[in-house]
Design a protein around this ligand. Structure first.
Ligand code: GLU
Length: 425
C-alpha cells in the first residue's frame, strides 16, 4: 500500500496565486515577518469583476468577463498591465497584481501593484471588436483607475493601440485629456521613446550584470528564447546586437533551432510579414517547448506562466535564466535550479524594464516634458543595474536564491512603507 502511494507523485501546484503566496511566504520567513503584516501584504486590496457586453461584427452581442485587481498601494498608485487571453482568471490576475507590487519595490519606483485581464481570444477578433471590447472595459473600470490611483499598461496581447483607446475613453468620460491614465501609449499621445523595447532592454541590462558574475561574455554566448511576442522577439534582437548567438526560439506555433546561430533579422522580418515563425527557411524545426531543453548559456522564458515545472526542469541545460515572462518557473523547479547552481534572474527583476520606462512615461506626461531615447535607456540601465546588485546582496546575505533575494528586498520595502503609514483608520 505504502509503495503504491509513493509511486503517485504529488501533483505540482500550478495556480499562479497559490504560487505567488508560496514565493511570498518563503521570503517572509527569512525576514521573520509578523503574521499580521503577512496578511496585510499577501491579500489584494481591491478586486473588481466586470461584464463587458460587446456588439460583434456579425450583429450578435457577446458578454466577456474582465478584471482589475489592485494588490497594494502602500508605496504609490497601483500599476500594471492588462492581459487579453482565453486563460485569464481572477487568480491569475491576483498573482500578476502581486508580482507588480514586488516588481516596483524591487527596482525602487514609487508604485504599488495592479493588473487587469479579459477572458477572450484576441486572435479571433477583428480590430473593431477589440476596440469596442477595450472601450467598454475601460468604461467599466473607470471608477478605480486614474493617474494617481491605478495606471494600466499593455500586457500579453495588448499594445499601444489598446492604450490609446483606453486613454481616449477615460478622457471622454472625464471631460479632459488624461494622458497619465495609462502608459505604453503611442508616441503621438504622450507615449515614451524606448517603451516598446523596455521590457527586453531591462532584461539585457540584467543579463550583462549576470554574465559578469558568472564570468563569461554575453558576446559569443548561446541563447534560447521561448516566446516571440514583444519581450521575446526584442530580447532576441538585443542579445544578437550584443554579439550573442541565438540558437533556438519559438512562438506559440513552432520552434526553430540552428546550432551556429539563427539569422535574427530574418526571423524578425518573417514574423512581421507572416505573423509567426512557421515556414522560416534554413532552420531545424522543433516543438515550441523543446526550446527550454536546448543546451545554451542563457535561457529566456518569455511567454506565459508555468513553463519550467517539475515535469521539464531536469532537462534544462543552461547557466543563466532570465525570466522575461511573469511567473514562468514553479517553486518546485526553482529549488531544482538552485541545487543545480543555475542562476535565475527572477521576473520581478528581469522584466522590470517595462514598468520602469512606464514610470518615466508617466513622469514625462505629468511634466509635459519629453526625454531623449538615450536619456531613457541610460536611466533604465542605472535603475536595473542598481536593482540587480541590491538583489544579489540580499541573496548572498541570506544564503538563498535570487528570486527570494528579490522578494526579501521588495517585501521589506513595502512592509516599511506600511508600518510608517499605519493602518487606517
Ligand atoms: N505588463 C508589464 C509587466 O508585467 C508592464 C506593466 C507596466 O508597464 O505597468 O511588467
Amino acid at each position: 500500500m505504502a509503495t503504491a502511494m509513493a509511486a503517485i507523485a504529488p501533483k505540482e501546484e500550478l495556480n499562479p496565486f497559490e504560487i505567488a503566496k508560496q514565493q511570498f511566504n518563503r521570503a517572509a520567513d527569512y525576514l521573520e515577518l509578523e503574521d499580521s503584516m503577512r496578511s496585510v501584504l499577501r491579500n489584494a486590496k481591491r478586486q473588481l469583476i466586470v461584464s463587458i457586453p460587446v456588439k460583434m461584427d456579425g450583429g450578435e452581442t457577446k458578454v466577456f468577463e474582465g478584471y482589475r485587481v489592485q494588490h497594494n498601494i502602500a508605496r504609490g498608485p497601483a500599476k500594471g498591465g492588462i492581459r487579453y487571453h482565453p486563460n485569464v482568471s481572477l487568480d491569475e490576475v491576483k498573482a500578476l497584481a502581486s508580482w507588480m507590487t514586488w516588481k516596483c519595490a524591487t527596482v525602487g519606483i514609487p508604485y504599488g501593484g495592479g493588473k487587469g485581464g479579459i477572458i477572450c481570444d484576441p486572435k479571433s477578433m477583428s480590430k473593431n471588436e477589440l476596440e469596442r471590447l477595450t472601450r467598454r472595459y475601460a468604461f467599466e473600470i473607470a471608477p478605480i483607475i486614474g493617474p494617481d490611483r491605478d495606471i494600466p499598461a499593455p500586457d500579453v496581447y495588448a499594445d499601444s493601440q489598446t492604450m490609446a483607446w483606453i486613454m481616449d475613453t477615460i478622457s471622454m468620460v472625464r471631460g479632459h485629456t488624461e494622458l497619465g491614465v495609462v502608459t505604453g501609449k503611442p508616441l503621438s499621445l504622450g507615449g515614451s521613446l524606448g517603451r516598446p523595447e523596455a521590457t527586453a532592454r531591462g532584461a539585457l541590462y540584467a543579463l550583462r550584470e549576470a554574465c559578469k558574475v558568472k564570468g563569461f561574455d554575453l558576446k559569443g554566448a548561446t541563447v534560447a528564447v521561448q516566446g516571440f511576442g514583444n519581450a521575446g522577439s526584442i530580447i532576441a534582437r538585443l542579445v544578437h546586437e550584443d554579439g550573442a548567438k541565438v540558437i533556438a526560439a519559438c512562438d506559440s506555433k513552432t520552434g526553430v533551432f540552428k546550432a551556429d546561430g539563427l539569422d535574427v533579422p530574418a526571423m524578425l522580418k518573417h514574423k512581421e510579414e507572416t505573423g509567426s515563425l512557421v515556414g522560416l527557411k534554413g532552420v531545424k524545426e522543433i516543438a515550441p517547448n523543446e526550446v527550454l531543453e536546448v543546451e545554451c548559456d542563457i535561457l529566456c522564458p518569455s511567454a506565459l506562466e508555468n513553463s519550467i515545472t517539475m515535469a521539464n526542469v531536469g532537462k534544462v541545460k543552461t547557466k543563466i535564466i532570465a525570466e522575461l515572462a511573469n511567473g514562468p518557473t514553479t517553486p518546485g523547479a526553482d529549488r531544482v535550479l538552485e541545487d543545480e547552481k543555475i542562476m535565475l534572474i527572477p521576473d520581478i527583476l528581469a522584466n522590470a524594464g517595462g514598468v520602469t520606462v512606464s514610470y518615466y512615461e508617466w513622469v514625462q506626461d505629468m511634466y509635459s516634458f519629453f526625454w531623449s531615447e538615450d536619456r531613457i535607456n541610460h536611466t533604465l540601465e542605472e535603475t536595473i543595474g542598481k536593482a540587480f546588485h541590491n538583489v544579489f546582496e540580499k541573496m548572498m546575505k541570506y544564503g538563498t536564491d535570487m528570486r527570494t533575494g528579490a522578494y526579501i528586498l521588495a517585501i521589506d520595502r513595502v512592509a516599511e512603507a506600511t508600518r510608517v503609514r499605519g493602518i487606517f483608520p
